[in-house]
Design a protein around this ligand. Structure first.
Ligand SMILES: [Zn+2]
Length: 246
């Protein structure tokens, strides 16, 4: 069946002498692998369009029970070129691509796709001092639309209200009240950090203003949460790089 769907190239690697294999996040078919035959030839009809993070409409022959489909066209709509020129923006986009790839399945994921598109645009548009916060909002919101919401409305252990200080319990996947959280050894999240986390989960950083060490702590928390709850403690090189660079 020939299908056409909006798509973003998450990963691309050579296959043989002349072809490329792409991993696509698609709006209509989840994450799919396609082969672009002859894409490395000088006069390929794909030209230079098959770059990682490029957005377009992918057309391919989709066969049920096959892992690899044949790409027939990629109608480029946005290359997101500014991402490649800024290491922090690119690191955040690569971390997001890795998150979507590592949690991939082939069901339609329209909200994952739209969050991916919106986050790439927001990363390009963000002023330099907001890039780290925009990345946190995009990544946490992706975690939510993937279906792995942490508990932040009440204590994850006893369900009592949270206090001005709260502690994040990684294994249980949520915040702890003072009586459950004291003595856990992890740092407390004050009111600003709790408000920031809730904003990120909603996909916004609009009212968030945190000192850099707190932003770094939020990056560390996100990466640990993703590894624990989404990827079975797998090594995640792009997320690890982004955590370090911010
Ligand atoms: Zn509690």
């Amino acid at each position: 069946m020939l299908v056409a769907t909006p798509a973003i190239i998450l990963q691309a690697f050579p296959y043989g002498d002349t072809s490329r294999i792409l991993r696509l996040a698609t709006r209509d078919l989840g994450v799919q692998s396609v082969i672009a035959k002859g894409a490395m030839r000088p006069r390929s009809r794909f030209g230079g369009r098959l770059q990682v993070l490029s957005e377009g409409v992918a057309q391919f022959h989709h066969r049920a029970n096959r892992d690899l489909h044949t790409l027939t066209d990629f109608d480029l709509t946005d290359q997101h070129a500014p991402l490649a020129g800024d290491l922090r923006r690119f690191a955040a986009a690569a971390a997001l691509a890795e998150l979507v790839l590592r949690t991939a399945h082939e069901e339609p994921q329209p909200r994952v796709f739209s969050t991916l598109v919106e986050t790439l645009r927001a990363l390009i548009a963000a002023p330099p001092e907001r890039v780290a916060l925009v990345a946190l909002a995009g990544l946490w919101h992706t975690v939510i639309v993937l279906g792995f919401a942490p508990v932040v409305e009440h204590c994850v252990r006893c369900e009592r209200p949270l206090g001005a200080q709260a502690w994040f319990a990684l294994v249980e996947g949520g915040l702890l009240c003072p009586s459950c959280g004291r003595g856990t050894g992890s740092g407390a999240l004050g009111p600003d950090d709790q408000a920031a986390l809730r904003a990120f989960l909603e996909g916004t950083d609009a009212d968030v203003d945190l000192p850099d060490p707190h932003v770094a702590a939020h990056r560390r928390l996100l990466v640990r949460f993703v590894r624990r709850h989404l990827t079975d403690e797998a090594t995640l090189p792009a997320l690890a790089f982004w955590e370090g660079i911010g």
